[in-house]
Ligand binder design. Structure first.
Ligand code: NAD
Length: 468
């Protein structure tokens, strides 16, 4: 007996009825989502504080506001995004109407992780609803307080005939994934991403995978160490380092490492005080399992800054490790916590070589006073996103796509990219029923003359066309 069958059947019936396709219906769902965030902002902030000791500042910036901005953008542009997109034509299709229609896929499954449990649930949801889909939302069971709000309060703001929340861990998800969905949007670890992709393959379901990995951060000798340290410290220790786009490790020369260490220490003290444990601005590790894994990583290399931990609070101090070996666990797995190893290299070429010998990361950062150096890192590497002389900021712009490449994922979203991700782009050509004389050039018996005319008619200046 499939416990999810009834829910999925109900959502499928709604989709088949066509109700979710109307712009008014889509806008009403987005407005409902906006009201949910407005009415329950404090509830969500309290839940984020309980789960992750997330400060109101970080909650507002990285969870609530980012979701609200996505809703506003989608509402402002919904009708324009939904419009059929006219495409260039050739002589052979001059009298036809050729366009791309953005259709909803149907029943979409969104699976979210725990580290930004509001943002990473609601931002994809905005795209899925704007595109006219029915949605099954699966928040993470690890961020329990937020999961409760999403399961109990959010459905009150949406049309429940097109939206449902499912709860559970890996075992329940195994059952959910036996069902056929029309699109799956997964954010989480590469390990679970492979499980989800395997399940999707059984039904030939298209999928977006937003995964993680190790994000390099190259720091050039030609830089102001204090400015670099301020920026790196802020985005490495934001959300206690539990951020998929955080810099996982720094690559720099030994001389730059020696200039960076006191600057990083100074930034940590200014941001979090002499005892960071007492700082309301510093988050905590989500759970015991994750805490013990991170505690184990503290023994890699040599602790240059921090290194303290307290299990009772799931606290790990902002830490910098030096003299780490490539073979140590801290350089083998995604860190996902407030620990920053520095790996020394002889220069730019060695740094680029170090990066390109590894899996393509979700984000890559380069710091230098020379724009040439930043551009060289950009040109010599590949990653989901890239930011020169700062961190995170490339993903705060919804006009840029957000997503991975290679092992860090496939697909993209944010802003219009979300709408496009959750829409099937249907190729349409409407031809007038008459004019058979003109169109009969292609029919047998074939002749060289007709072929020549046909090939000429199919040429376009702005697009190349194929016969089939
Ligand atoms: P996870 O892969 O353990 O879990 C993600 C989601 O998958 C959760 O909802 C979980 O319940 C579900 N899940 C677990 N087992 C499953 C199974 N067998 N079948 C189906 N679903 C299952 O990841 P996590 O620990 O929640 O998050 C951390 C990871 O997510 C890190 O690797 C991080 O880099 C990555 N991440 C990526 C992004 C991004 O946008 N690319 C954002 C945040 C986190």
């Amino acid at each position: 007996m499939d416990p999810f069958a009834d829910t999925l059947r109900r959502l499928r019936e709604t989709f088949r009825s066509g109700r979710t396709r109307a712009a008014e219906f889509r806008a009403a769902q987005l407005e409902g989502l906006g009201r949910f965030l407005r009415d329950n902002k404090q509830l969500l902030q309290d839940a984020l504080a309980q789960d992750l000791h997330k400060s109101a500042f970080e909650s507002e910036l990285s969870e609530i506001r980012i979701s609200q901005d996505e809703i506003k953008l989608a509402l402002r542009n919904l009708r324009a995004w939904m419009k059929d997109e006219k495409v260039p034509k050739n002589l052979a299709t001059q009298l036809d109407s050729a366009f791309i229609r953005k259709e909803p896929f149907g029943l979409v499954l969104i699976i979210a992780p725990w580290n930004y449990p509001v943002n990473l649930t609601l931002v994809p949801l905005v795209g899925a609803l704007a595109a006219g889909n029915c949605v099954v939302l699966k928040p993470s069971e690890v961020s329990k307080s937020v999961e409760k709000v999403l399961a109990e309060v959010l459905p009150q703001y949406l049309d429940q005939s097109c939206f449902s929340v499912v709860l559970g861990g890996p075992e329940d998800m195994g059952k959910v994934l036996e069902n056929k969905f029309d699109y799956i949007f997964f954010t989480g670890s590469p390990r679970v991403g492979k499980i989800v992709m395997t399940a999707a393959a059984k039904h030939l379901t298209p999928i977006t995978l937003e995964l993680g990995g190790k994000n390099p951060c190259y720091v050039d000798d030609n830089c102001d160490p204090q400015t670099v340290a301020n920026r790196v410290v802020w985005f490495r220790y934001f959300n206690a380092g539990q951020t998929c786009v955080a810099p996982d490790y720094v690559l720099c020369s030994r001389e730059t490492q020696e200039r960076l260490l006191p600057a990083i220490q100074s930034a940590i003290t200014r941001f979090y005080g002499d005892d960071p444990k007492g700082s309301p601005s510093l988050g905590r590790i989500i759970g015991e399992k994750q805490f013990h894994r991170l505690q184990g990583l503290l023994s890699c290399g040599r602790v240059a800054i921090g290194g303290q931990s307290d299990e009772s609070e799931r606290y790990i101090a902002p830490t910098v490790l030096v003299d780490v070996q490539e073979t140590e666990p801290v350089m083998q797995e995604e860190i996902f916590g407030p620990i920053l190893p520095i790996v020394t290299v002889r220069g730019l070429d060695e740094a680029v070589d170090f990066i390109t010998r590894r899996e393509k990361p979700l984000a890559l950062y380069a710091f230098s006073n020379s724009s040439q150096v930043v551009k060289q890192v950009l040109a010599g590497t590949s990653s989901g996103g890239f930011c020169g002389n700062d961190g995170f900021m490339h993903m705060a712009l919804s006009s840029l796509p957000f997503g991975g490449v290679g092992a860090s994922g496939m697909g993209r979203y944010h802003g219009k990219f979300s709408f496009d991700t959750f829409s099937h782009h249907r190729a349409c050509l409407l031809r007038p029923p008459g004019l058979e004389k003109i169109y009969s050039l292609r029919y047998p018996p074939y002749s060289p003359r007709n072929l020549r005319l046909l090939l000429m008619a199919m040429e376009t200046r702005s697009c190349s066309c194929t016969l089939l």
